[in-house]
Design a protein around this ligand. Structure first.
Ligand code: ADP
Length: 221
């Protein structure tokens, strides 16, 4: 599903200098895996996730997504593939506060040109799938933290992605609610969805099928 060959990423700093955040990442992730990415703060996890999720291009090396060399893609081509193939779940949920659960889940579909009625019907089904039947009209403020993250997961599933990326998805939740969200991710993975999750929580990492340890821009799996 994913293959990284010697991925590098350098952030430009002042005076023509740069900071090398990724120093030659080699990584293969197969379809249907549930991989946890761990490592100390600043080791490059988010930088790696941004590249894997087609938000950013690597500075060097090759990134193959489903066999296609996406490191050579331009921004529009990469964004298009991201919208249809990748779903994102965030630590801070990133829901639009004035929009209902249903509208939040509809948005990625509307970006892809899905008709409003069709998007609403699918969003309703997704909210039901993540255990939020009856909460479609609530705005994020009218939901608990765990429920907000379920909306976030339903939104990530909106365009039926082949890859789900989650960056500390339980970081803002208490441990019991966090485990419930983790159970939901596991059931999605059991249904065949490939998941890559950044976490610093060893218990969560153990619940994944594989742990990828990053240290100082390199993988020490
Ligand atoms: P992690 O997610 O593991 O905490 P990041 O991928 O966010 O780490 O960052 C890796 C390193 O790259 C850190 O040392 C960070 O300071 C640096 N970095 C991240 N983003 C930028 C940026 N836009 N400009 C310069 N340095 C950055």
């Amino acid at each position: 599903m994913i293959k990284c060959e010697n991925l590098e990423k350098t952030y430009p700093l002042r005076k023509g200098q740069g900071f090398q955040a990724l120093k030659g990442i080699q990584l293969n992730i197969g379809r249907g895996e549930f991989a946890a990415v761990t490592g100390p703060s600043g080791c490059g996890k988010s930088t790696l996730l941004n590249i894997l999720g087609l938000l950013d291009n690597p500075g060097g090396g090759r990134y193959y997504f489903e066999g296609r060399d996406v490191s050579s893609f331009g921004d529009p081509e990469r964004s298009r593939l991201r919208l249809e193939a990748v779903g994102f779940v965030f630590q801070s949920f990133n829901l639009l506060p004035r929009f209902s659960s249903l509208e939040n889940v509809c948005l990625p579909m509307l970006y892809l040109g899905v008709e409003k009625e069709e998007a609403a019907a699918r969003a309703l089904a997704l909210l039901e799938k993540v255990g939020l039947r009856g909460k479609q009209d609530n705005t994020p403020l009218e939901l608990s933290g765990g429920e907000r993250q379920r909306v976030g997961i339903a939104r990530a599933l909106a365009n039926d992605p082949r890859l789900l990326l989650a960056d500390e998805p339980t970081g803002n939740l208490d441990s019991r609610t966090g485990m419930e969200v983790m159970d939901l991710l596991r059931s999605l993975n059991a249904g065949g969805l490939t998941i890559i999750m950044v976490t610093h929580d060893q218990a969560l990492a153990r619940a994944a099928s594989r742990t990828i340890r990053v240290r100082d821009g390199r993988i020490e799996e």
